[in-house]
Design a protein around this ligand. Structure first.
Ligand SMILES: Nc1ncnc2c1ncn2[C@@H]1O[C@H](COP(=O)(O)OP(=O)(O)OP(=O)(O)O)[C@@H](O)[C@H]1O
Ligand SMILES: [Mg+2]
Length: 248
């Protein structure tokens, strides 16, 4: 059974159709990179998956459970909160809570959620995740005391702390200086090796080619081409994909 099935997602803003029927599925443990020019709808698609936006049409199914159906009645805030837990989200701008330490940023949501774990279990798990992100000596630092790359790694740990089925990244390195990009890409690569299921919107073509199992090229609100990462990046079939990749 696919871990995620997206069927015919459509989304418009002010009578302007931005997603024009996105359909794809992915298997557990897969990493998909989404590429495409500015305005093609990549962020809008991730926001619809995370239910930060409600698609106008279509369905989203996770592990066989239909978590979103545009034709269903509006979901209550409680329902939405629970459904959102299927997806973790890492944004371009790390969006950490400035008043909390790295560790508190990671443990806050699981503590508030009350999923049956004790405070010390949640804290131990938070420390483990920060260790995994190479931040064992930074747990008690506040965001302003951390570099952009460190902040982004805290944001990844924070997303993982809620045990999402699928972790989504929206251009996770594009706000970083080039010398900090590598450390973030490295931890994402390690997550791919642990078979975390991930959807990564990125402009880093070499990274997409090397780390993703598959690449999906979006253009004008549709998926124009999808295939094995190396194949799509090095030998694209569609004229628009060829054009897009030639600008890198
Ligand atoms: N809340 C909104 N209201 C109105 N228009 C929106 C809204 N969100 C997105 N759009 C429009 O949808 C289109 C697609 O935007 P989106 O952010 O999904 O593109 P993108 O592929 O992520 O681009 P980029 O590579 O620049 O991040 C753009 O034309 C944008 O202006
Ligand atoms: Mg975007």
């Amino acid at each position: 059974m696919p871990i995620l099935e997206v069927n015919n997602l459509k989304k418009g803003f002010d009578n302007n159709e931005i997603l024009k029927g996105i359909s794809f599925s992915m298997e557990e443990g897969q990493t998909i990179s989404v590429i495409g020019s500015s305005g093609s709808g990549k962020t809008t698609m991730l926001r619809c998956l995370n239910l930060l936006e409600m698609a106008d049409e279509g369905t989203i199914t996770v592990r066989g459970e239909k978590i979103f159906d545009a034709a269903a009645k509006p979901y209550s805030p409680d329902e939405l909160r629970n459904k959102r837990l299927h997806f973790g989200m890492v944004f371009q701008q790390f969006n950490l809570f400035p008043q909390y330490t790295a560790l508190e940023n990671v443990t806050l949501a699981p503590s508030l959620r009350g999923d049956g774990r004790s405070a010390s279990e949640i804290e131990n798990r938070g420390k483990e995740l920060l260790n995994q992100m190479g931040l064992s000596d930074r747990m008690n630092n506040y965001p302003h005391q951390l570099s952009g790359g460190q902040q982004q790694r805290v944001a990844i740990a924070r997303a993982l702390a809620l045990k999402p089925d699928i972790l989504c990244f929206d251009e996770p390195t594009s706000a970083l200086d080039p010398e900090l990009t590598g450390e973030v890409l490295r931890v994402i690569r390690e997550l791919a090796n642990t078979k975390m299921t991930m959807i990564i919107v990125t402009h880093e073509m070499a990274f997409a080619r090397d780390v993703a199992d598959e690449v999906m090229f979006m253009d004008g609100g549709v998926v124009l081409e999808r295939g094995p990462a190396k194949e799509v990046i090095t030998n694209p079939k569609h004229e628009r994909t060829i054009q897009f990749l030639s600008s890198f």
